[in-house]
Structure formats: structure tokens, C-alpha cells
Design a protein around this ligand. Structure first.
Ligand code: IPE
Ligand code: IPE
Ligand code: MG
Length: 246
């Protein structure tokens, strides 16, 4: 495994703080979410310049259904309008869009926008943007369990074949490198049911900056911080053969 952790192959982001940003600026929470989309857009442009390959953002958690109905409706409308306005640009920039999470609950219109943007961009290869919508880490894990139980019941696999590798294969993001870096904006030091299994060795960067204020310079700071980490994966520094504090 690569211990020299200069550039993360896979970055996962919890874009938090839109509501507080809006309140601090005397605006409605919706305004914070709208600015949040623009921030993501700028960041993706920047990530392409840096030749990063995979970014996965948390756009809506399963727990977010507990928010006021009005805010949920606004967020869902914003997802549709953002897809409509951004997908062409993403495609022209050779970016692949992929959604993870349970989509059943969404409106026909949103589901259509999602599947159309996925098929339009499916062969793009510069950067993959995974968007977690109606996602939660626990949901991901129990889904993997259900799938393994089904495979056993239909005799596709035996108990002896159940191992970490198989669980990995059943989870969202199975096709991507394990997340190297987590960035959470907005001041909280928690995961809020984002990836659980997949983050066993993810480096975690927390910043108090609210998502609408998060810019490319802030992003570069997170990358600089990441580049200084020594990823040991259970080994000693000596085994890794580098001591960054020396
Ligand atoms: C994150 O910002 C966006 C979503 C959860 C959809 P918030 O809306 O959670 O903003 P705060 O945390 O209330 O400031
Ligand atoms: C996490 O933020 C979910 C997203 C950013 C989509 P929340 O604002 O929902 O997290 P909590 O409720 O503060 O833990
Ligand atoms: Mg929040």
C-alpha cells in the first residue's frame, strides 16, 4: 500500500453549514443551499485542474428527511435545477456523474434527471463526482448484509466465502479507491452517518469554515494537511521508511 500520501485518489466531503451561513448573513436557509451548489461547482473545476480523480459529496442524508417539509422540497428542487444547469458543463469537462443512496423515494422528475445525467456522462474519464443522495452509512452496511444473505440463500456463495473483500464489493463505492481524505466543513467533528465501513483508514480533516465560504484556497489547505500525514495502516514509521517529523 502506498504510504507516501501526496495526492488523495479519493476525497469524500460533508458539505455542512449552509443554513448557519444564511442565518449569519440575514438570508433564508435556501440561499445558503444555493450558494453551496456554486461552491461545489468551483471546487470541481479546481479539482480537475489539480488532476484529482474521485470526489464524493454528501448532498442529502437519510436523516435529512426529518427537516421541515419546505426545506426538503427546496433541496429536491435545487438538485433538479442544478443538474439541469450543470450537467452539460460537467460533460464537456469529461466529468462522470454517479449517484449513490436509495433513490426510490424521489420524484419521477428527479430520478429521470439523475439517470439521464448518469448515462450522458458515463464514459467520461477525467474525474468522477459521486453524489450521495438519501444515503447513510448504516443503510449501506445493512444492504450489503441483505445481499450476502440473498447470495447464501440462493447458494451462490457459502459462509466460508464471506470476508472483508466480499463485504467491500457489496457496498457503495466498491468500484472506487477507498476514501483517502474526508473533509467536513461547518465546525462539527462527526460523521453524521456518512461512510462508516469505508473510512477505516481515511484521514479526517475538519474545518470550522461554513460550506458557502469554503473556497479553493481552503481546499488546498486541506490537501496540504493531507500531504503531511504519514499513513501507516497499522505498521510502524520505520517500516514505512519515512519520518515526516524528522
Ligand atoms: C448542509 O448544510 C446541507 C444539507 C444537509 C443538505 P446544512 O443545511 O446542514 O447547514 P447547517 O448545518 O444547518 O448550517
Ligand atoms: C450532514 O449534515 C449531511 C449533509 C451534509 C448532507 P447534517 O447537517 O445533516 O448533519 P448533523 O445533523 O448536523 O449531524
Ligand atoms: Mg448541518
Amino acid at each position: 500500500m502506498n504510504s507516501k500520501s501526496s495526492k488523495p485518489k479519493h476525497i469524500i466531503i460533508i458539505m455542512d453549514g449552509n443554513g448557519r451561513w444564511a442565518e449569519q448573513n440575514g438570508l433564508l436557509r435556501s440561499a445558503g443551499h444555493k450558494v453551496g451548489v456554486k461552491v461545489l461547482r468551483n471546487l470541481i473545476e479546481h479539482a480537475v485542474k489539480l488532476e484529482l480523480t474521485t470526489i464524493t459529496v454528501y448532498a442529502f442524508s437519510r436523516e435529512n428527511w426529518q427537516r421541515p417539509k419546505k426545506e426538503i422540497e427546496l433541496l429536491l428542487d435545487l438538485f433538479i435545477s442544478s443538474l439541469e444547469s450543470e450537467v452539460k458543463d460537467l460533460h464537456e469537462n469529461n466529468i462522470k456523474l454517479n449517484f449513490i443512496g436509495e433513490t426510490d423515494k424521489f420524484s419521477k422528475k428527479l430520478k429521470k434527471s439523475m439517470s439521464e445525467s448518469e448515462s450522458l456522462t458515463s464514459n467520461n474519464s477525467k474525474l468522477t463526482l459521486n453524489v450521495a443522495l438519501n444515503y447513510s452509512g448504516r443503510w449501506d452496511i445493512y444492504n450489503a448484509l441483505l445481499s450476502i444473505i440473498d447470495d447464501m440463500a440462493s447458494k451462490k456463495i457459502t459462509k466460508n466465502e464471506i470476508n472483508e473483500e466480499l463485504v467491500n464489493k457489496k457496498l457503495s463505492l466498491a468500484d472506487y479507491d477507498e476514501p483517502d481524505l474526508l473533509i467536513r466543513t461547518g465546525g462539527e467533528r462527526r460523521l453524521s452517518n456518512y461512510f462508516l465501513w469505508q473510512i477505516a483508514y481515511t484521514e479526517m480533516y475538519f474545518t470550522d469554515i461554513l460550506w458557502p465560504d469554503f473556497n479553493v484556497d481552503q481546499f488546498d489547505l486541506a490537501l496540504d494537511w493531507y500531504a503531511k500525514r504519514q499513513r501507516r495502516f497499522g505498521k510502524t514509521s520505520e517500516q514505512i521508511g519515512e519520518n515526516k517529523n524528522a
